[in-house]
Design a protein around this ligand. Structure first.
Ligand SMILES: Cc1ncc(COP(=O)(O)O)c(C=O)c1O
Length: 397
């Protein structure tokens, strides 16, 4: 991660194909496009990658989460359970629908704690959204059991975990609906883009129409299509899809580079008694996009994080002090700083954030360092980096 590090003639060829042909829109212009359908081709590739019946490409990962929830009927006043550790997009996507994000603790997997999820369920809960953060996953069996027991929609945000799997199934294809991001910094990039993945035909049809103003996509005359329900524009463009098409074909290559680099760093750190690694549930395989490890306490994590920066070890995040990925710094959410009026239901629904504390999440995120694994490093560079990281950690602890 990220795929842009290895842009090549393959991406250029697909993009030039679109420009030569001149149709930048994914729908319509059938005569003019002479058989070029990059978004459709990418959807077919992704169906096979995710071993899923349906894939709807959209404009971003944030749109994918919102569309997934909308497609399953989540809307005004519904509660959606989500983790305290994720990207801000998770609550944005929920609130865009007038629904209420209910934040709950993570566990040592660094994502949803199934026990915390069950405790947070109320009569208003409609969905549980797991976020497969930093290339790994939650205890999916336990979460599925909770969702089935309470008849809840199970949504899987796998924006950061393409290429990972659980019990042989690709992450993002396990819950009722999966969401992916292909923004600029993801393992597979379209520049901007996202996808909704599902085996449920109704959810797929809803996602297909909803992401294109409600168009039913029947026939080949857009003006004559009907609009069974309201929608918006979350379309991906052919140019973005073209980049993703070249990239997705390279996914196995990218994952194997990530795995090599991850393994070198992990082995160098695993000899240090103060270092422990995140728990990956039995049957899970990470995407190796990040290496996540815990230090003994917050102070040590802060010192290591600073020393990494001071010594040129980039892209290692101490999310406890980060503005974008952890509840502690989301004061714009807690204080509901919105450009426009927010509904009474959402205001009341978010009151709990004024008083609720998340000690269990603090316990994990405070001690966690999350290191991005780059694709462009040579083996020698990774080894040098790994040794330097180990030295820094040993000096501080
Ligand atoms: C976990 C997670 N969900 C959703 C998103 C949103 O994706 P996008 O940037 O494509 O809107 C991101 C982006 O970083 C993410 O990390």
């Amino acid at each position: 991660m990220p795929g842009f590090e290895l842009f090549s003639d393959l991406e250029r060829k697909e993009v030039n194909d679109v420009l030569d042909n001149g149709v930048l829109m994914r729908y319509g212009f059938d005569g003019m496009r002479k058989g070029h359908w990059k978004a459709k081709e990418l959807e077919a590739e992704l169906r096979s990658t995710f071993q899923s019946d349906y894939v709807q490409l959209v404009s971003s990962g944030t749109a994918a989460v919102s569309i997934a929830l909308a497609s399953a009927g989540v809307g005004a006043g519904d509660e959606v359970i989500m983790p305290t550790f994720t990207f801000v997009a998770s609550f944005e996507a929920i609130m865009m629908l007038g629904a209420i994000p209910v934040l709950v603790d993570i566990d040592d997997t660094l994502t949803l704690d199934p026990k915390a999820v069950e405790e947070a369920i109320t009569a208003k809960t409609k969905a549980v959204m797991v976020v497969q953060m930093c290339g790994s996953m939650a205890n999916m069996d336990a979460l599925r059991t909770v969702c089935d027991k309470h008849n809840l929609i199970f949504v899987e945000d796998a924006c950061q975990a393409i290429g990972g799997s659980f019990k042989g199934k690709p992450l993002g294809s396990i819950a009722d609906l999966g969401c992916f991001s292909f923004d600029f910094v993801k393992t597979i990039t379209c520049g901007e883009g996202g996808a909704v993945v599902t085996n449920n035909k109704d959810y797929y049809t809803n996602a297909d129409h909803y992401s294109d103003h409600g168009h039913d996509h029947v026939g080949n005359d857009r003006g004559a299509e009907t609009h069974p329900f309201l929608g918006y524009n979350f379309r991906i463009s052919e140019l973005n899809a073209a980049v993703g098409l070249a990239q997705v074909r390279r996914l196995p290559e990218f994952i194997s580079i990530q795995k090599r680099n991850y393994t070198i760093i992990r082995e160098a750190l695993s000899h240090i008694p103060e270092v422990t690694f995140r728990t990956v549930p039995d049957g899970g395989e990470e995407s190796y996009a990040f290496l996540n490890f815990f230090l003994p306490d917050l102070e040590s994590a802060r010192k290591v994080s600073k020393a990494f920066k001071d010594n040129g070890i980039d892209a290692c995040f101490h999310y406890y002090d980060n503005n974008w990925h952890y509840i502690r710094k989301w004061d714009h959410l807690t204080n509901l700083k919105s450009l426009y009026p927010i509904s009474k239901e959402v205001k009341e629904g978010l009151q709990y954030l004024q008083t609720k504390s998340f000690e269990q999440s603090d316990h994990y995120i405070g001690r966690n360092i999350s290191c991005l694994i780059k694709l462009s490093w040579t083996e020698e560079e990774v080894k040098t980096r790994a040794n330097k990281m180990a030295q820094i950690i040993e000096t501080i602890n």
